[in-house]
Design a protein around this ligand. Sequence first.
Ligand code: UD1
Length: 433
Amino acid sequence: MDFYSIRGGNPLSGEVEIAGAKNAALPILAASIMTNETVTVENVPDVSDIRAILSAIEHIGAIVERVDRHTYRINGSQIKDEPVDDEAVKKIRGSYYLIGSLLGKYKRAEVTLPKGCDIGLRPIDQHVKGFRALGAQIRIEHGMIVAQAKDLSGSHVYLDVVSVGATINIMMAASMARGMTIIENAAKEPHVVDLANFLNSMGAQIKGAGTDIIRVRGVQRLHSTEYSIIPDQIEAGTYMFAAAATHGDVTIHNVIPKHLESLTAKLEEIGCEVETSDDAVRVVANRRLQSTHVKTLPYPGFPTDMQPQITVVLGLSEGTSIITESIFESRFKYVDELIRMGAQIKVEGNTAIVSGVREYTGTSIVAPDLRAGAALVIASLAAEGYSEVHDIKYIQRGYEDFPEKLRALGADIRILDSDDPEVKSRSQIHLVS
Ligand code: UD1
């Protein structure tokens, strides 16, 4: 089994290029089959969640042509009326976007219930409420969601919670419903806007994406397009906080600085210098950082997907910080691992109270999910000594070339195979020393 072997202590320094946004690519690829014409999607990140959604659409009959590492041509004219439940797609959250896209186009969808990262209860009641409002009947049978409608017609949907997934799914189905749908209390995340822009480039009529009221006038058919996905806000943020944790100086290219404002504000507050240009951001941390308080919120608030990374940094900052997780109920699972590295953190419900320590010390740790896994890598890069990060499959779901990019910034990180006998004995020696 592969794991990361990390010798910490090197300040990260240099330049890094950010890939396309995974959480935009998932719905965009799901929506690409909503037309019978060929769609070209660029800036698709090369990560395992994306390979899973591509394999899912291929399984049901889409023709997927890989033009280059980040560009795909997709044709959905031969989609079969088959359940979407191949093994890869079962593991990803984004699989449920195929309900919205298939229901919109064919008025019928049968898709496996999504799993995704284990960060607490992840209900889909708001998705279901939206589909029902459009006139679909929804059943859950044998682990599958079955959605069907004689006809979809526009409706008024008020979301009880701000949900990225529900907003996106309803927007997709409504794009091909009859008449006008109004989604109120909609999510405003950059990837919601990116999907709306993508659908509009295919002929959809969506207005207001990026605000909390989205209006979708349904159209009968969508057409071909060429579209480039926005940069990954969370990947960029991860490198920003890696620079901070290691007292580095990193320039992060191919970003939309506006999407990073909540992160930039927190980094400046704790004592980093952040320079922003048109499509890059530079983070310099040249002194001991200070504590602060953070609460995760829907966009434009501080993203829950950056909560573990900021906690790692605050764990090394002077003073006491309070981190409140308001989106997912159990997103502090990684804290036990961080404590084993020397962090002083107490979790009470959805709050973590962090007393900053001067340094972490390396050890063997396990990634509990995607973003927490990345955060533990950051902790290991900042730590004194040697660490092993296991279960990196989670990290590979969402970070393209993570060890390679970190190495280019001066990190000492390698991928090793724990089944290799030589590696086994060597890693034990390191851990003892
Ligand atoms: C997406 C992202 C995930 C990110 C999250 C919040 C993808 C593939 N995943 O997840 O990385 O952490 O947004 O920015 O894009 N909820 C309900 N009922 C629903 C749907 C959601 O109660 O039907 C609740 C959830 O339990 C959670 C909150 O709403 O407390 C937000 O969830 P949501 O925005 O839907 O997250 P995801 O789309 O699953």
